[in-house]
Design a protein around this ligand. Sequence first.
Ligand SMILES: [Zn+2]
Length: 136
Amino acid sequence: MATAAIRDDDAKGRHTTTHRQLIRIPDGGWLMDTPGMRELRLTEAAAGIAATFDDIDSLAQGCRFGDCRHEGEHGCAVGAAIAEGSLDPGRLRRWQKLMREDRYNSETLAEAHARRRAFGRLTREASRFRRDRRQP
Ligand SMILES: [Zn+2]
């Protein structure tokens, strides 16, 4: 593909592609060239994730707690499947990563605001705790 010169001031390239393209990588995988787009997000993908990972979804029906995150909770059927070797732990990690991404990308502005405020409160509490510990 055509490329432009690298800029001297910041050593970054310039956009030269003008169309979107999907390129097959010989050893597996695909590369998407999307000129002008800096970021792609997965949104509202819960149904697609559930369909792709239907094995984890059905195992999760057997978890002791309905809100089980399969991160070592007592009575986790997904963890039990990994322990007995019938579920690949990498598959669970991929599912967890996609679920986190979907939660983050699908949150409303109000939810994002609440999350940032809660994080702000946490950092202020941590600073206060650290300061109080230093005083005799
Ligand atoms: Zn579980």
